[in-house]
Design a protein around this ligand. Structure first.
Ligand code: PGA
Length: 253
């Protein structure tokens, strides 16, 4: 089965409103006639609506970088999936390694975030990945297995199509050191296999698995050529129009 490639820009905690307008506007302009891959921009919360406005009427989608899995109420500082959908988000990133490590988010909370977001109609980009220590100790697959098993518990079958997995080896994020195409392919095959055990082989064949970790215009084409690499979650290189657009174009073949 052919899966459509999906490139998402994870802006992390970067940009100003002026910068966000220029970046989103530039991406929109340069991709005006492009439809060979799906594209999303994931700015910080304060710029979601603004970016939504800038890309309105194009095929580019907006995603958030975080969500809190409760309905409205006394949760100071938090934002739920209804609010994200209300300001135009289609996607939300859950389980990014920066949130797992810096913010201390555990599997149980991440699973609640996944289920809450899907239940409210958002598409979830769920991130998994091993540290360098785990890779060197030959624990990559057991780590991925754990993160998938606990993070993706009890998702209703009809919401599975709205799930995207991002394989992001922690040692490749922001380091300039990407996984080789072979390493990425191997991990993606494992993720697809594990997903097929959890949710069936048809769902696994449809599952879009992005690679993330130092994706750049120079390495994008080779990564995207791997049969199980279905796109990319791009951090640093998503902050410049030229590099992000080049990666999207590489994904389009
Ligand atoms: P990077 O980040 O492309 O800057 O390595 C990727 C990510 O953290 O999603």
């Amino acid at each position: 089965m052919t899966r459509r490639k999906f490139i998402a820009g994870n802006w992390k905690m970067n940009m100003t409103s002026a910068g966000a307008r220029t970046l989103a506007g530039g991406v929109r302009e340069r991709l005006a006639n492009f439809d060979r891959a799906d594209v999303a921009l994931c700015p910080p919360f304060p710029y979601l609506a603004l970016v939504g406005e800038v890309i309105k009427g194009s095929s580019i989608a907006v995603g958030a970088q975080n969500v809190y899995p409760e309905s409205q109420g006394a949760f100071t500082g938090e934002v739920n999936a209804e609010m994200l959908a209300d300001v135009g988000c289609r996607y939300v990133i859950v389980g990014h390694s920066e949130r797992r490590t810096i913010l201390g988010e555990k599997d149980e909370l991440l699973n609640r975030k996944v289920r809450h977001s899907l239940a409210h109609g958002l598409h979830v980009i769920f991130c998994v990945g091993e540290t360098l220590e785990q890779r060197e100790a030959n624990q990559t697959e057991s780590m991925l297995d754990n993160q998938l098993t606990w993070g993706l518990r009890e998702i209703p079958a009809d919401q599975i199509p709205n799930l995207v997995i991002a394989y992001e080896p922690v040692w490749a994020i922001g380091t300039g050191r990407n996984a080789t195409a072979e390493q990425a392919q191997q991990a993606h095959v494992f993720i697809r296999w594990r997903f097929s055990q959890l949710y069936g082989s048809e769902a696994a064949q449809r599952l879009v698995i992005q690679y993330g970790g130092s994706v750049k215009p120079e390495n994008a084409a080779e990564l995207m050529r791997q049969p199980d690499v279905d796109g990319a979650l791009v951090g640093g290189a998503s902050l410049k129009v030229d590099s992000f657009v080049a990666i999207v174009q590489a994904a389009g073949g």
